[in-house]
Structure formats: structure tokens, C-alpha cells
Design a protein around this ligand. Structure first.
Ligand SMILES: Nc1ncnc2c1ncn2[C@@H]1O[C@H](COP(=O)(O)OP(=O)(O)OP(=O)(O)O)[C@@H](O)[C@H]1O
Ligand SMILES: [Mg+2]
Length: 213
């Protein structure tokens, strides 16, 4: 069960003194019950803009559930979530300015690699030529420039992870949530993100992220 005691391992090199910057993401006394099971129990957490945070804990302790709560795929049983001044506790995922790369990738099987990466851009009605440029840029970033026309079942696990990362980054989210997405990846951009490499994170335009390593 995720509790405050197992929650935090701030990546030192990325950490900004909490007192210097107001918290940008706030989880306040959040509990999530799944059926009769309490997966997350009264967790509170504040993270300033620009900080990268890693959630560590044993399998099944609630790391993925916490990320899903942040991304809006779950709503808390109790507690509140804020992004800046906005209370986002009940907002759907597409209104949160956050994207999540899932532990199980969650690519759309019937869409090509390029269509997967461009999915969020289409939903945001980005004009075609601009979207195409962004898709190419993201595929280059994750080392998959030649794979635009392939489908997920034609890709290895590591390649699928990189497509999922490109899809999450394409929409330039304010917060990037990574649920163990980089373990299989040999892509340098992905590994650098996994290490908490600040220049890479900044070059990608990420304000901050949460990682379930
Ligand atoms: N739909 C569900 N109904 C009931 N219990 C669930 C449900 N989904 C997850 N759980 C339980 O909630 C707990 C937290 O799951 P979660 O996926 O957040 O763990 P995790 O910390 O990400 O684990 P891992 O490191 O293995 O990925 C687990 O004990 C799991 O069995
Ligand atoms: Mg998990």
C-alpha cells in the first residue's frame, strides 16, 4: 500500500529547494480504494516546477495507481490534486496538461507508429503539416525515424516503449508521468530521462516529471 513513508526519493541533482519555489503539483491526503482494497492510503506530496521525482517501493505498493490518479485515469476516493492553482481532482485526463507513459505501453494496435505518436496532436487539432513535423521530430528523438509506417505488433518491446514515450512527449505536456517505461529501452534520450538528466528534460521542454522507475 502506498503511504507517505515509502513514497519519496527526490533525485538530488534535480531537486529544487521546496521553500524557494511554490509547489506546482500537489497531492493532498489522497486515498484510492479499488474494490475493498486500499491501494493508496492518505498520501500527500508537493513538487515544485522543474523537479523530477522518483517513486520507489515494492511491487504492488501503489506506484502505478498514484500515477494514474495524477494523470486522471483514476479519481481519488478521498483527497485532492492540484496543478498550479487549479484543482484538477475530477478533471478528465485530456484536460490535465499531463501525459503518462504506461507500464504496459498502451499503444493503439490498429494505428501505425506515426499515427500513435500523432494521436494527441490530432485530438488537439494541430494542422497536418505541423503535426507531421512534430511526429518526425519525436521519432528522431527516440531513434525510430525509419519506423513511422510500422504497426505496434511489428515492433519489439523496447521499440514500443519508445513509441509510447514519443507519443507522450509530442503534445509538450506540462508534467510527464513515466511508469517504468524506460527499462527496456536502448534509446539514449529515454535512458537520459530515466537517469534524471536535466539538460535532456529541459531540451524536451518538460517542466517536471514523476517516475515509477
Ligand atoms: N482494479 C483493481 N482492483 C483491486 N486491486 C487492485 C486493482 N488494481 C490494482 N490493484 C492492487 O493495488 C495495488 C497497487 O497496484 P499498483 O499497480 O499501483 O502497484 P505498483 O506499485 O505499481 O506495482 P509494480 O511495481 O508491480 O508495478 C496492488 O496490490 C494491486 O494488486
Ligand atoms: Mg506499477
Amino acid at each position: 500500500m502506498m503511504t507517505n513513508s515509502v513514497l519519496k526519493d527526490r533525485t538530488e541533482s534535480m531537486a529544487t529547494p521546496v521553500s524557494a519555489v511554490p509547489a506546482h503539483v500537489r497531492i493532498v491526503n489522497v486515498t484510492k480504494r479499488l474494490g475493498s482494497f486500499t491501494a493508496v492510503n492518505d498520501v500527500s506530496l508537493e513538487i515544485p516546477r522543474g523537479e523530477m521525482l522518483t517513486l520507489l517501493g515494492p511491487s504492488g505498493c501503489g506506484k502505478s495507481t498514484t500515477l494514474r490518479l495524477l494523470a486522471g485515469f483514476y479519481q481519488p476516493s478521498e483527497g485532492e490534486i492540484f496543478l498550479g492553482d487549479e484543482r484538477i481532482t475530477m478533471l478528465p485526463p485530456n484536460q490535465r496538461r499531463m501525459t503518462m507513459v504506461f507500464q504496459e505501453y498502451a499503444l493503439f494496435p490498429h494505428l501505425s507508429v506515426a499515427e500513435n505518436v500523432g494521436y494527441g496532436l490530432k485530438r488537439r487539432r494541430m494542422p497536418g503539416p505541423q503535426a507531421q513535423m512534430r511526429i518526425n521530430e519525436m521519432l528522431e528523438l527516440v531513434g525510430l525515424s525509419g519506423a513511422a509506417g510500422k504497426y505496434p505488433h511489428q515492433m519489439s518491446g523496447g521499440q514500443q516503449q519508445r513509441v509510447a514515450l514519443a507519443r507522450a512527449l509530442a503534445v509538450d505536456p506540462e508534467v510527464l508521468l513515466l511508469d517504468e517505461p524506460l527499462s527496456e529501452s536502448r534509446c539514449e534520450a529515454a535512458r537520459a530521462l530515466a537517469r534524471g538528466d536535466r539538460p535532456i528534460a529541459e531540451s524536451l521542454g518538460q517542466d517536471h516529471g514523476f517516475r515509477d522507475p
